[in-house]
Design a protein around this ligand. Structure first.
Ligand SMILES: Nc1ncnc2c1ncn2[C@@H]1O[C@H](COP(=O)(O)OP(=O)(O)OP(=O)(O)O)[C@@H](O)[C@H]1O
Length: 499
């Protein structure tokens, strides 16, 4: 144990992101295609080449996905409080018909009426708003409808009473030195994040949505707000307020060490083993809370190193709920018709069938564990997947080859075995063989019996779930997985001709 120096905590208001999260230009270039994918997937559906009878279809949609099957939301709180009536566990949600501008605004108004009631009451009432934008109507949406939505938002959010604050543009400008480049601490696929200091002296991170079409931004913003209003856990990033003047802004508590990605890959001082283990456990607990501790199951859908923030004490805090989804209790899973998320973290059943459930996050969490152990990225510069690289080493128990060389053998071998075994089960190609997050937390906390059970489960014939029936993992090997990744990348990197 020990040996590797832990990065020192920045002093008040100083963030390690100041120098580290602002990625070097070479790093930025390396990741640019992946960032683009995150935005561009909104415009491309992917055609499925690996299975017959695919559900995927060519469409051009906005990102917020409703999970209520074929259910029309009428704009009233009452209608949104009802559970989906289909009761068909394996039913696949479909897009509702395009709605006219008035209906859309009514929906947003209804949404904010519910948010105004506060977290306790709004937990089951996310509006299933999913406008389908065809090429024809997307321009109309942008020109005619979005300005109306924005002013409706302004009007609704102004009266929003909760612990969240509604910040004016001038307050945000003052806090961030007019959104100066010096204050830029992070950039994601659809937002820039600035460090700021409020008049009260509090340091904050202000996420300003700046990419995508206006309708995409509106929907991303509402999607993230709609999820984050319901979550409250030490391992989840904390929202302080929002601002809708001059753009869409989320105001979050500042995580002084920035993201795990910035520390793991960019920082000169490397994370020691103890801190890595603490981050693994914290992220597991945060994810377990999302899956099981909330009133509804929340699937994050984009668990990755850059979406794990680090508090002053290096506690993991999950952030970025832009792609997150609610999943009704009676649903086994949800099916999406387009690529969402980040390559390298997506499980095979997602590529093959667009299946999304808790196990989607469990797979991504397994990749995250591998990154923590090895110091490697999910997909490296030569496009090698960390999963394909690490699995044989874990199987052959070659821990010395697996572990991040920067640790210089300063790690707890028992903990390393534990994390490696957990990671290996989490990235199992068959979703049903992956553990639940509560099992992961148990194992990381030292429950050896739990680990044995899971290992045994891996080898047993399992009762097949729906996703198992449509996906025979035995036929899905690493070559096919890599082919799928490459194929999806080719599709997504083609120039987009819509919107
Ligand atoms: N509260 C915070 N404190 C410190 N840094 C933050 C905070 N929130 C975000 N960041 C930094 O900004 C980066 C981008 O944030 P975020 O992931 O929310 O943006 P995004 O556009 O949704 O990204 P993505 O590409 O994952 O969609 C993070 O990786 C992190 O480095």
């Amino acid at each position: 144990m020990g040996g590797t120096k832990e990065p020192s905590a920045p002093t008040s208001g100083e963030t390690s992101t100041d120098s580290k999260t602002k990625k070097s230009s070479s790093e930025k270039r390396k990741w640019e295609p992946f960032r683009q994918l995150r935005r561009r997937h909104h415009r491309h559906a992917f055609s499925n080449t690996t299975s017959a009878g695919s559900e995927f279809e060519e469409c051009s949609t906005t990102t917020m996905e409703c999970i209520e099957p074929n259910e029309e939301y009428t704009g009233s709180a009452e209608s949104m409080e009802s559970e989906p009536t289909s009761g068909n566990k394996a039913s696949i949600s479909s897009y509702s018909e395009p709605q006219n501008g008035l209906t859309q605004i009514v929906q947003w108004r209804g949404f904010f009426r519910i948010l105004k009631k506060g977290p306790g009451t709004a937990s089951q009432t996310l509006p299933p708003v999913k406008p389908k934008l065809t090429r024809k109507n997307s321009k109309k949406f942008r020109d005619d409808i979005v300005p109306n939505i924005c002013s409706a938002l302004d009007a609704e959010l102004c009266g929003f009473k909760s612990s969240w604050r509604n910040f004016s543009l001038s307050e945000l400008q003052e806090a961030t030195n007019n959104f100066s480049q010096e204050n830029l601490i992070g950039e994601g696929g659809y937002a820039e994040v600035f460090k700021g200091q409020l008049k009260s002296g509090m340091f904050v991170a202000i996420k300003r949505l700046n990419r995508g079409t206006p309708e995409e931004m509106t929907i991303d913003f509402l999607s993230e707000l709609g999820i984050i209003v319901h979550v409250d856990h030490p391992n989840i990033a904390k929202l302080i307020g929002y601002g809708v003047e001059g753009g869409m802004h989320l105001v979050l508590q500042l995580s002084p060490h920035g993201s795990l990605a910035s520390i793991l890959y960019d920082a000169k001082e490397k994370l020691n083993w103890k801190t890595r283990f603490k981050i693994a456990l914290g992220a597991a607990e945060g994810l377990c809370y999302l899956h099981e501790g909330c009133q509804r199951r929340i699937i994050h859908k984009d668990i990755k190193a850059s979406n794990i923030l680090l508090s002053e004490d290096f506690d993991a805090q999950i952030c970025d709920f832009g792609l997150a989804k609610w999943l009704p209790d009676q649903w086994t899973h949800h099916t999406v018709s387009k690529v969402e998320g980040t390559f390298g973290y997506l499980p095979p059943e997602f590529f093959m069938h667009g299946v999304v459930d808790e196990k989607t996050d469990v797979y991504a969490f397994g990749v995250l564990l591998l990154e923590l152990i090895t110091g490697r990225q999910a997909i490296d510069s030569s496009q090698q997947s960390i999963v394909m690289w690490a699995k044989p080493l874990i199987r052959e128990n070659k821990m010395n080859e697996l572990v991040d060389p920067i640790l210089d053998n300063a790690y707890d071998p028992e903990q390393l075995q534990r994390i490696a075994a957990t990671a290996s089960i989490c990235v199992h190609p068959t979703a049903a063989n992956r553990p639940q997050m509560n099992e992961v937390v148990d194992i990381l906390k030292g429950n050896d019996r739990g680990l044995e059970v899971l290992k045994q489960r891996e080898t047993e014939t399992l009762q097949r779930t729906y996703s198992e029936e449509i996906f025979d993992a035995k036929e899905y090997n690493s070559t096919k997985y890599l082919n799928d990744i490459n194929h999806q990348m080719e599709i997504l990197l083609e120039p987009s001709d819509d919107v």
